[in-house]
Design a protein around this ligand. Structure first.
Ligand code: ATP
Ligand code: MG
Length: 725
């Protein structure tokens, strides 16, 4: 009603309000971090609903993560003042893509029950194809080809559409043929990969104008968040949906995209920031709205971030301002530590200190450049008993025990999931070795049936030796029984039953390796996480889609994630560890040479800095172990690019019990770093930290110490130094 609408519009500034109220025609909101772009989108949807312009099902809204989609749904509900009856088309590109594909699977030669393969499955499948073609999979690695396929799919290219040169780049010119074989194989498995979730709908829309027209009638409003990170395929998909053919009496296309070119961080995955620049051309008459007031961060944080990003040349350029700095606002703090373990320990202390001052863990986040950095924090928080959650990684689901368990669940819910069956046929070991597996494969091929069916058949004949035959019979009978339970028990109970009866849980219970208890914990956690879903199918779909693997949504916990998955989020306090050359900016970007890789790293730094509302801590460690090699580091050039007016080099006197006399890093080849002469404030030089550091070194005799980039690796013994410490 009127009163409600007045209220939600009142919470906007004039430019934001314009973006919300310009409901008809194409709109592009181009604005920096924290200026309320997402708030505009959310309010715009609320406005469309509250003014009766469309039903929830007539709005297509794309967010970057599933988590963002859930939050947006909640907020819209609050704004409209009533529970929004489903927003079925609010989700990520992928989740919306699955939905469309399930509805029209037959037009892509699939059944609507198709499976979504993850990267691991995808690579195994490609490897099989490479081998089946008689090629050497060492010379032509499956992983490399998987990346090429992803690249093509990001551009929306089918096998016959890829450029001649690209097709020639793999397996002596057989790239196209292999890509086609892979697609055929997927079809016969009734499976798709991630790229297909967009590419297949695009193809369906192109080949079936009537289907596309159905969606044109359906979606009256299209909204896209984080528009700067759309890739070509996503862009094609959007354009197909948004550009209905002009005909009399049709309502205009109402598409609203919001984005920030400075936060484009998925170039490595095919995102095209140029999509922003093309918007006005593709959608004539587009209204471009700029928002310039940042509502998120203090003046110090914003000053630091703006100054840093100004080092990039390829920018559209934007103005950002916030209220004048308040006297009690903290500057951005830069801290140094001896190594990454100490970094984790010190951040742990900082977190506990904040906790004791009644700061909620929910308001804190640690954002890392590379996911391997997480383990140390996880360990630390487990030791301290500080709750944490890992967001955004498929990390949890990528663990071996989780993948095994999921394979069991998959074969039970999808009979034809050969990859899943292969994974578990001899896990735990039940005497079904390569020979048995080959037999199953042969039968499957001869009879054109899935592996599971072939196994059933084999188990009932004399074709196999008695021992493996009986093992196979037990396994297939188990699977039959579990399938039978699918509709009879809750999916979580079924999951437990499967892990118990298959002997999988026992396998880890009997395992003496130090990781085994952790694996059992993870399996428990897996079952717990299934409770949030209504069915096994729903859960499995979630798993294959997960971008954000958050757990225990309700508990107070510090968030741990990569910078890439922090996009769009905000926290009171943000810790950014590992600001060292080679780690951040990442070595890969440096090796590339040129400007674009480094500028994308800098945008990533900008995203990191602008996540913080009040407190921002940057860290660098003087030594870091990367891929098993200890390397002494050089502070990140990004630290030097921060303006002194907004930055403090932290004085850790009280919490560290001793100042060090060392100097950080060696001469910086990129020019002298302000931080070269910063003191290492660390108990590394006093006991017991120093002893610990020495012990670490002596643990591995003559451990490799390398230079920062690993170009020169020296082996030196205990007690020696190669860096003048
Ligand atoms: P990012 O680029 O990081 O995604 P964004 O532009 O999407 O940022 P939002 O997340 O929408 O920005 O908003 C940042 C913060 O500012 C949020 O906490 C939001 O609630 C708040 N905010 C936005 N607009 C206003 C406003 N007009 N008045 C008060 N607070 C606002
Ligand atoms: Mg946002």
């Amino acid at each position: 009603g009127g009163a409600a609408s007045a209220r939600y519009l009142d919470a906007l500034n004039p430019e934001q309000r314009l973006a919300v109220e310009t409901t008809e025609g194409p709109v592009l909101v181009l604005a920096g971090a924290g200026t309320g772009k997402t708030r505009v989108l959310t309010t715009r949807i609320a406005h469309i609903l509250a003014t009766g312009r469309a039903y929830p099902s007539q709005i297509l809204a794309v967010t970057f993560t599933n988590k963002a989609a859930r939050e947006m749904k909640e907020r819209i509900g609050t704004l409209v003042g009533e529970a929004v009856e489903g927003m079925p088309w609010l989700g990520t590109f992928h989740s919306i893509g699955v939905k469309i594909l399930r509805r029209h699977a037959e037009l892509a030669g699939l059944k609507s029950s198709f499976t979504i393969l993850d990267t691991d499955d995808q690579i195994r499948l490609i490897k099989q194809i490479i081998q089946a073609e008689g090629l050497d999979d060492k010379r032509w690695p499956a992983r490399q080809f998987a990346q090429m396929i992803d690249g093509w799919k990001n551009k929306g290219l089918a096998p016959k559409e890829i450029a001649e040169g690209d097709a020639r780049a793999f397996a002596n010119g057989r790239g196209r043929e292999l890509y086609a074989a892979y697609q055929e194989r997927l079809k016969s498995l009734n499976a798709v990969d991630f790229g297909d979730l967009l590419c297949l709908p695009i193809r369906i829309f192109r080949d079936n104008p009537d289907v596309l027209a159905e969606y044109h009638r359906k979606f009256r409003y299209i909204l896209v968040d984080e528009y700067q990170d759309t890739n070509t395929a996503q862009y094609m998909w959007l354009r197909l949906l948004a550009q209905r053919p002009k005909s009399a009496g049709e309502a205009p296309l109402n598409i609203c995209c919001v984005g920030d070119d400075d936060q484009s961080i998925y170039g490595w995955r095919g995102a095209e920031v140029d999509n922003i620049l093309r918007f006005e051309k593709d959608f004539p008459g587009a209204k471009v709205i700029r928002l310039e007031r940042n509502y998120r961060s203090t003046a110090h944080i914003l000053g630091a971030a703006s100054h840093l990003i100004a080092h990039n040349e390829g920018r559209l350029g934007k103005t950002l301002f916030t209220d004048k700095a308040q006297p009690d606002e903290a500057k951005v703090k830069v801290h140094a530590s001896w190594d990454s373990e100490e970094e984790a320990r010190a951040i742990g202390e900082e977190v506990e200190a904040l906790q004791s001052k009644r700061h909620a863990l929910n308001d804190m986040a640690i954002l890392v450049r590379a996911s391997f950095q997480m383990r140390e924090f996880e360990d630390r928080f487990v030791t301290l008993g500080v709750n944490y959650r890992v967001i955004g990684g498929p990390r949890f689901y990528e663990r071996q025990e989780i993948r095994d368990a999921l394979a069991y669940f998959r074969i039970v819910s999808q009979e034809a999931d050969d990859l899943a069956f292969e994974r578990i046929i001899n896990v735990p070991k039940r005497g079904l070795g390569d020979a048995s597996l080959r037999q199953v494969h042969d039968v499957a091929r001869a009879r054109q049936v899935p592996l599971l069916q072939a196994a059933r058949d084999l188990a009932g004949t004399e074709e196999m030796k008695p021992k493996p035959r009986s093992a196979l019979r037990t396994l297939t009978e188990n699977i039959d029984r579990w399938q039978d339970l699918l509709d009879k028990t809750s999916h979580t109970e079924l999951a437990e039953t499967i892990l118990e009866e298959s002997g999988y849980t026992d396998m880890w219970k009997n395992d003496r390796s130090p990781e085994a208890p952790g694996r059992l914990e993870n399996l428990k956690e897996l079952i717990r996480s299934m409770e949030d879903y209504e069915s096994l199918r729903g859960f499995l779909e979630h798993v294959s889609l997960v971008m954000d693997a958050e757990r225990h949504e309700e508990m107070d916990a510090i968030s741990l994630m990569t910078l890439h998955s922090a996009k769009g989020l905000e926290f009171e306090t943000v810790f950014l560890p590992g600001w060292e050359e080679g780690l951040f900016p990442h070595q890969r970007a440096l090796d590339e040479g040129g400007r674009s890789g480094l500028e994308e790293e800098r945008r990533l730094a900008y995203v990191g800095l602008t996540r913080a509302k009040k407190n921002l801590h940057l860290w660098f460690a003087s030594n870091r172990r990367i891929h098993g090699l200890w390397q002494s580091t050089i502070p990140s050039r990004f630290l030097d690019e921060l303006p002194e007016a907004h930055v403090d080099v932290a004085d850790e006197g009280s919490s560290y019990g001793g100042y060090g006399q060392g100097h950080i890093g060696r001469p910086n080849p990129y020019g002298k770093s302000r931080f070269d002469n910063a003191e290492v404030f660390s108990n590394t030089y006093s006991t017991p930290g120093w002893q610990r550091a020495q012990k670490n070194r002596s643990d591995a005799t003559a451990r490799n110490w390398g230079t920062r980039s690993g170009h020169q690796v020296e082996r030196i013994g205990y007690g020696e130094t190669d860096s003048g410490y």
